[in-house]
Design a protein around this ligand. Structure first.
Ligand code: GUN
Length: 285
């Protein structure tokens, strides 16, 4: 078996063209969706992500602004900027790029964003609404994973989905979204006793552990769908996922590559949320 590649790049291009048309319609009604992205410090990976987010906003006809703050910024100053953006009528989505410098308390900052503008879906109100199945902005990477599966016609209901990783950004929310789609969900993590014994039971395996090529064919049931959320730079400069692609592809039915898999979906779902926020904040349902 050689797993079919799920191209997040191609799927995200399709979604972006759908969004572009919807943005144009909203602009005709006098509403231009606006996203403010805040970056504190000079983490090079974060700088690339933030630039890509801004570029995609512009491509889709949205308003974009980047607030670049020095590493030494105080938590108080950051909270003040968020308070200003919460009040700013031309901004519908606010995203604070993570990680933040160590002297800033991440949860204080996420809690300060108006939940109605929380297009990352990280505010406790959004998280709570997601868990109980209320309308909410869904976190971008987890929602991107679900969208990849749906648009690849992969049945989720009734399947055993195993998630490796339990972060607040990916592992926990993706498990919750898979549950919402009626999968039977197992979450594995660094303290899981026999990881391969559990991942081998997965019909759908979602990997988000942040360790280069840690999941290999030995962890995968033949015919499983493998979604690799990882992105790691190896010592020899290659960009790889958390899954050893070559060995995993040989046993899977479908697999996402790195780069070009889950990555492009994250930004696309952020654009989706920003458009949704612009509509919702203007009373358009
Ligand atoms: N850092 C890595 N991923 C993300 C994300 O999805 N949102 C934010 N705000 N920061 C991140």
């Amino acid at each position: 078996m050689s797993g079919q590649i799920i191209s997040g790049k191609a799927i995200s291009e399709t979604i972006k063209s759908e969004l572009q048309a919807q943005v144009a319609k909203l602009v005709e009604q006098g509403i231009k969706p606006g996203l403010a992205v805040i970056i504190v410090g000079e983490n090079p990976a974060s700088q690339v992500y933030v630039r890509n987010k801004a570029r995609t906003c512009i491509q889709l006809g949205m308003h974009s602004e980047i607030h670049e703050l020095p590493e030494s910024t105080s938590e108080e100053a950051l909270l003040q900027l968020i308070a200003d953006l919460n009040q700013n009528q031309s901004i519908h989505g606010i995203l604070v790029q993570l990680p933040l410098p160590k002297h800033i308390h991440e949860q204080h900052v996420l809690d300060a964003i108006d939940p109605g503008k929380d297009v990352d879906g990280f505010h406790p109100v959004q998280v709570g609404n997601m868990v109980i199945g209320n309308r909410s902005y869904l976190p971008c990477t987890p929602n991107g994973v679900i969208e990849l599966l749906k648009r690849s016609n992969i049945e989720i209901a009734g399947k055993h989905a195993v998630v490796v990783g339990r972060s607040n950004i990916v592992g926990k929310p993706v498990a919750m979204l898979l549950l919402r789609e009626n999968a039977t969900v197992t979450i594995c993590h660094s303290r899981t006793a026999d990881l391969a014994a559990i991942t081998k039971q997965a019909d759908i395996l979602v990997v988000a552990i942040g360790r280069a090529e840690a999941i290999t064919a030995e962890h995968i049931k033949p015919g499983a769908v493998v979604i690799d959320v990882g992105i790691n730079r190896t010592e020899d400069g290659r960009l790889v996922g958390d899954v050893d692609f070559a060995s995993a592809q040989a046993v899977s039915s479908h697999i996402t590559p790195v780069p070009g898999g889950v990555g492009p979906m994250t930004i696309t779902m952020l654009m989706f949320n920003t458009l949704d926020a612009a509509r919702t904040l203007n009373g358009i349902v």
